[in-house]
Design a protein around this ligand. Structure first.
Ligand SMILES: CC(C)(COP(=O)(O)OP(=O)(O)OC[C@H]1O[C@@H](n2cnc3c(N)ncnc32)[C@H](O)[C@@H]1OP(=O)(O)O)[C@@H](O)C(=O)NCCC(=O)NCCS
Length: 167
């Protein structure tokens, strides 16, 4: 594809689902290389169903933006809205996935996807954007630092998985 073809970013649509799944698959392979361990087999069908069910409609659990150049999907970001009752008392956004395909990294696509989420956060009166990053993912950490993100040192995440719920 010609280098000069314009890159654009817009909210995800149902018709993007297959493209998002292929990008997710590439992301999964990237994480597998980082971990040096085999991950669960990636099911494109399951991922497509999950995105359709949870990413669209009245009861959606997340929203997102996709980056395209011509007909090709080159990156995506998924996020959901939350609320912080402490300190600032306000809405916050949580980013749950950010990926830019290998061949176009370093062209500003990742920062534009982050900015699209920041614009959305501002629109709903939000005050902060949170995301987790794997400590092994040094390259992503450098990117997040470059755009001005900082570690939340005092509040590491805990997880309570369903095997302990006794419900
Ligand atoms: C992390 C990622 C989204 C960054 O996207 P990108 O489109 O390459 O980033 P950008 O081109 O917008 O870079 C923005 C700035 O960060 C810098 N940057 C990006 N990656 C960097 C890296 N690995 N090391 C140092 N600086 C980096 C860029 O040089 C740029 O700086 P500049 O503004 O001075 O030019 C992309 O590399 C990616 O998808 N990685 C694999 C998946 C991943 O790790 N996702 C995050 C999971 S938490």
């Amino acid at each position: 594809m010609a280098e000069y073809t314009k890159i654009y970013i817009r909210p995800i649509k149902r018709t993007d689902v297959n493209d998002i799944v292929w990008l997710e698959k590439e992301f999964d392979e990237y994480l597998e290389r980082l971990s040096k361990h085999r991950r669960k087999p990636f099911s494109t069908k399951n991922h497509a169903n999950r995105i359709l069910k949870d990413g669209f409609g009245k009861n959606r659990a997340f929203q997102g933006f996709i980056a395209r150049r011509g007909n090709s999907a080159i990156g995506y970001i998924l996020y959901h809205v939350g609320y912080d009752p402490d300190e600032m008392h306000g809405r916050v956004l949580y980013i749950i996935d950010l990926f830019v395909t290998d061949g176009v990294r370093g062209l500003g696509v990742g920062s534009r996807l982050m900015k699209a989420v920041a614009v959305e956060c501002k629109k709903i009166g939000g005050i902060d954007i949170y995301f987790g990053v794997w400590l092994k993912n040094k390259s992503a950490i450098k990117f997040y630092k470059k755009i001005g993100a900082n570690w939340v040192k005092e509040v590491p995440f805990m997880r309570w998985d369903k095997s302990h719920w006794k419900t």
